[in-house]
Design a protein. Sequence first.
Length: 131
Amino acid sequence: MNLAFDIDDTITAKPDLFAGLSSALGVKKVLIVSSRGNSEESRRLTLAELENYGIRHSGLYLLEDGQEARNRCPHLDLDWYQKYLWQKVEICQREKIDVVFEDDEKVIALFHRYAPEILVMQVHQRRGDRP
């Protein structure tokens, strides 16, 4: 099984759960797909954070900003922000992800619309659960 995890309000909501999932029996690939900025500094800090949480992964994808995101998305009916977020769908389809863990309802709606073959598990944070 191939998994993809968001970071903010997903991994950060339950880091122990996602550390366990990332090394669970039967998991072949774990991708981290985040809308954090795609700079060298952001990548370095994010990789250190994932290591600190004990998240094993096969790759880290940080979304491209601005015009690059708009040019990649073929769906003309989406606004600029949806096109930006749609990159998560594109990455997961290309990488043959089976299950995505995500908290953002806008992202989840894009998966349901454009990638119904991918199971989306919405992460909810209970009050007082913030690490």
